[in-house]
Design a protein around this ligand. Structure first.
Ligand SMILES: [Zn+2]
Length: 352
């Protein structure tokens, strides 16, 4: 069982891994924030009732932020994070108006904010996530490559979760993901880390509000994983900055939280901007990444377009010129390029 340190030890572990303390870590870890969603809110006769529906990850490699100043509201570090949203096949079509005790929808699988969702068969979820957690250490493996007796090395992972007990039960029981087998170094439970005497079990929404983050689409597994990571980083920097000013050193506070003001939303927006840049834009109509609003076919992704087009090509071969009507229809929906592609691959047309 990986180590789950108590509050002070966990705070130190995180601060040290981020090189905020005087001591240096033996090895720069990768933070993997994880959140699981399940169909506990669905009616009893629903096919997904009490089943695991989503697993979200937010990943930050401490090597990527080493030597980089955190920037205002930790923006420079958050833009180095990446999120993955694994959605069990079939769960993208759930309809539910169930809400949590703050009135926020409990079903937000279609509102992943930091990338595009990956749809996976439920049985394959555990393996998909385990793969993300077992990261070969390329730097080290390069060095030991000559010595064939040595087995490949993997990166040290600190798993981050808001309430680890619930998450671990789901991961083990529902998808067979055993963190012992994956080789996790430690688990940072953010409920413990953010606990204060006046609030021993702080919820994620409350922490987000305290740190100035907009609570837009909670209960999407990957959004919650990102929010958990953002709050973890902001909290670590804030504690460090406070400790600094108590000793008369305002440098970190002035740099990260000017006027002692936390605006966590800036960090979350910085990550969205980085993903937008990397994926070639974000559509304002469907909010997916990788295309702009021009000619947006909401709910039609590239794979679906591809298979739709190849079905048409197949029909063309079998049925001859009757494809023209379909191509015209496609032209309206997809723009001219699809039709050009169909024409170039079509057999020569006979005279009508
Ligand atoms: Zn779109």
């Amino acid at each position: 069982m990986p180590h789950i340190p108590a509050r002070e030890a966990a705070r130190h572990l995180i601060a040290e891994a981020l090189r905020l303390t005087d001591s240096t870590p033996n090895e720069d870890p990768i933070f993997i924030s994880i959140d699981v969603e399940w169909g506990g809110f669905l009616p009893k006769d629903h096919s997904e009732y009490r089943k695991l529906t989503e697993i979200g990850l937010a990943i930050l490699d401490a090597r990527d932020v080493r030597g980089i100043a955190p920037g205002r509201n930790v923006c420079n570090w958050m833009r180095k994070a990446r999120a993955k949203h694994f959605l069990a096949k079939g769960c993208e079509e759930i309809e539910s108006d169930a809400v949590d005790n703050t009135g926020r929808p409990l079903y937000a699988a279609n509102n992943f904010e930091f990338g595009n969702s990956i749809i996976v068969e439920r049985e394959a979820l555990g393996e998909a996530v385990a793969k993300e957690m077992r990261i070969p250490d390329d730097d080290l493996n390069q060095q030991i490559r000559e010595d064939e007796a040595q087995s490949p090395r993997y990166r040290k992972v600190i798993l981050v979760a808001q309430g680890w007990g619930n998450e671990s039960k789901w991961l083990k029981d529902a998808v067979g993901l055993d963190v012992d087998a994956v080789g996790i170094e430690a688990i940072a439970d953010t409920i413990r880390i953010h606990a204060e005497t006046w609030d021993p079990k702080p919820g994620l929404t409350r922490m987000m509000e305290e740190y100035g983050c907009l609570v837009r689409y909670r209960h999407n597994g990957a959004n919650d994983a990102v929010y958990t990571l953002a709050v973890l980083l902001i909290g670590a920097l804030w504690r460090q900055a406070l400790a600094g000013i108590q000793k008369g050193d305002w440098e970190l506070m002035n740099e990260v939280f000017p006027l002692c003001h936390i605006r966590g939303e800036e960090a979350i927006q910085a990550l969205k901007d980085a993903v937008t840049e990397e994926m070639g834009g974000r559509c304002t109509v469907c909010e997916r990444y990788g295309h702009l609003e021009d000619g947006c076919e909401k709910n039609v992704d590239e794979d679906e377009q591809e298979s739709e087009a190849s079905t048409i090509e197949q029909a063309m071969k079998e049925e001859g010129p009757s494809w023209i009507a379909t191509a015209k229809m496609l032209e309206i929906h997809m723009g001219g390029h699809a039709v050009v592609r169909l024409r170039t691959s079509a057999a020569p047309l006979k005279e009508q």
